[in-house]
Ligand binder design. Structure first.
Ligand code: ADP
Ligand code: TYD
Length: 207
């Protein structure tokens, strides 16, 4: 089973992906947590390129780099666990590319990008995707609190509020189009309330 978490930066999705990992681990024979971009030596190197504020990366090249990191992660880490029947928790997966590079940057329309991602992931697809949805204001406040005074934003976090509004809207459109896979969670609630909502939904899927 593959469970992915999506949302704009600062939505709280990594917090929830890790909570779910901790909750499922004791009762699951094989479980893997991966966060994108990254998760393999190759993908972590690509990640450092993608987040480096000193680099100017053109939007289509950016899309290909995120996809390259993902392809490596799928082949090296996700596929083996998935094919043995294990659970994979993905802290971001290909929907991030559709939302950020498609909706945010406008590199291509969603249908084309989704079809391309089928090739990138070799057809490996989540059984459930939790969209942790918050307003851009809430997300920005959380990120500011997390960054503190001394840290500077990474290359992606430097995009303005209107970029993140487009990303959020693209996620909501994707979720509306694919209600069977997507579950939209109100991420503005407390960490415990968000966790309970995800856990309650997951009961319908777990064996
Ligand atoms: P993301 O992975 O979506 O960027 P994180 O899980 O890293 O977000 O959370 C961003 C910040 O917000 C962190 O400092 C985290 O502790 C905090 N946070 C996460 N979930 C909540 C919540 N439900 N309410 C308030 N703060 C939260
Ligand atoms: P990260 O620090 O992991 O952010 P977060 O904690 O919010 O997940 O940085 C990943 C950044 O890359 C984030 O801004 C989202 C962006 N991203 C894309 O633009 N496209 C993608 O396909 C992926 C996986 C991430």
């Amino acid at each position: 089973m593959i469970i992915s978490f999506e949302g704009i930066d600062g939505s709280g999705k990594s917090t929830q992906a890790k909570k779910l990992m901790a909750r499922l681990s004791p009762t699951t024979d094989e479980i893997l947590y991966v966060r994108e971009p990254g998760g393999t030596d190759v993908s972590e190197r690509v990640r450092s390129l993608l987040l480096d504020p000193a680099l100017h990366i053109f939007p289509f090249a950016e899309m290909l780099l995120f996809s390259a990191a993902r392809s490596q992660l799928v082949e090296e880490k996700i596929k083996p666990v998935h094919s043995r029947g294990g659970i994979v928790i993905c802290d971001r997966f290909f929907d991030s590319t559709v939302a950020y590079q498609g909706g945010g940057r406008g590199v291509a329309e969603s249908g084309w990008l989704e079809a391309f991602q089928r090739t990138v992931t070799a057809g490996v697809w989540p059984d459930r995707t939790y969209l942790v949805d918050v307003s851009v204001t809430v997300a920005t406040d959380r990120l500011t609190a997390r960054l503190g005074d001394n840290a500077s934003p990474d290359r992606m976090e430097q995009a303005g509020a209107s970029f993140f509004e487009r990303v959020r809207q693209t996620y909501l459109d994707l979720a509306a189009r694919d209600k069977g896979r997507y579950c939209v969670i109100d991420g503005s609630k407390s960490e415990d309330e968000v966790e309970a909502a995800i856990w309650s939904d997951l009961q319908t899927l777990l064996p």
